[in-house]
Design a protein around this ligand. Structure first.
Ligand code: ADP
Length: 204
C-alpha cells in the first residue's frame, strides 16, 4: 500500500543507441535536480563480489569467469553469452528479476515527481512495460560512429557491428514519446533538457 500523500513518480524511460548521448543527457537532467536510475549501473552493482548473484554466476560458469580481483571478467562473460544463446538466457533469467526488484525499490522510495530511467535496450526488452513515457536520444549514424570512435577507441567495424545489433533508428524513433536529436552543441541540448524537465515535473 502506498504511504498517504506519496505519489508514485512518473517514469521516463531514456534510451538510444550506443554513443547517442544517454549519459551526457542523463547528467543534464541530474544537474537540474532530477532523479536518475541507470539500469546499466544497477546490473553491474548486483553482481559485484560477495553478492548472491556473483556466487550463482561463479557456480554456473566456474572460477575462470573471475578476474584477478575476483570480480566477474565482464568481457569474457559478454563473449560467452554472445556466442551461446542458452547461456545468455540463463544469465538474463538470473539478472532481470534482480534488476527489476532493485528498480521497483528505488521507485517506491522516491520522493520525486519523476524519474529518468536510463536503459540502453529499453525498447528491445520486455522488462520495462511499467515505463510511462519514452525519451529517445537520436543521432545520425555518422556522428554516432565519430563519437564512439573518440570515446571508446574501438574500430569503426566493431562500432558498426554494435550499432547493427541494436534497434534501428527509425524503429526506435517511431516508439518515442519525446526525441532529443543530439546533433547540436551541448548548450543547445541543455536548453531542450530544461524544457523537458519542466514538462516532466508537471506530468501525472
Ligand atoms: P551513451 O551514454 O549514449 O553511450 P555518451 O553520453 O557517452 O553516450 O556520449 C557519447 C560521446 O559523445 C561522449 O564522449 C560525449 O561526451 C559526446 N557527446 C554527447 N553529446 C554531445 C554533443 N551534443 N556534442 C558533442 N559531443 C557530445
Amino acid at each position: 500500500m502506498q504511504e498517504r500523500g506519496k505519489k508514485t513518480p512518473y517514469i521516463i524511460g531514456l534510451t538510444g543507441g550506443i554513443g547517442s548521448g544517454k549519459s551526457t543527457i542523463s547528467s543534464m537532467f541530474e544537474e537540474l535536480g532530477a532523479e536518475i536510475v541507470d539500469a546499466d549501473k544497477i546490473s553491474h552493482s548486483i553482481v559485484r563480489k560477495n553478492t548472491p548473484l556473483h556466487k550463482e554466476i561463479v557456480k554456473h560458469f566456474g572460477p575462470d569467469i573471475l578476474d584477478e580481483k575476483e570480480e566477474l571478467n565482464r568481457p569474457l562473460l559478454r563473449n560467452i553469452i554472445f556466442n551461446d544463446s542458452k547461456e545468455k538466457a540463463w544469465l538474463e533469467a538470473l539478472m532481470h528479476p534482480a534488476i527489476k526488484n532493485t528498480i521497483s525499490g528505488i521507485i517506491k522510495e522516491s520522493q520525486n515527481p519523476y524519474i529518468i530511467l536510463s536503459v540502453p535496450l529499453l525498447l528491445e526488452s520486455e522488462n520495462y512495460d511499467f515505463v510511462d513515457r519514452v525519451l529517445v536520444i537520436d543521432v545520425p549514424e555518422s556522428l554516432q560512429l565519430e563519437r564512439i570512435g573518440k570515446r571508446d577507441n574501438i574500430s569503426t567495424e566493431l562500432a558498426q557491428s554494435i550499432i547493427k545489433s541494436q534497434m534501428n533508428r527509425s524503429e526506435r524513433n517511431k516508439r518515442a514519446d519525446d526525441i532529443i536529436v543530439n546533433d547540436a552543441p551541448i548548450e543547445e541540448i541543455r536548453e531542450l533538457v530544461k524544457q523537458l524537465h519542466v514538462k516532466y515535473q508537471q506530468a501525472t
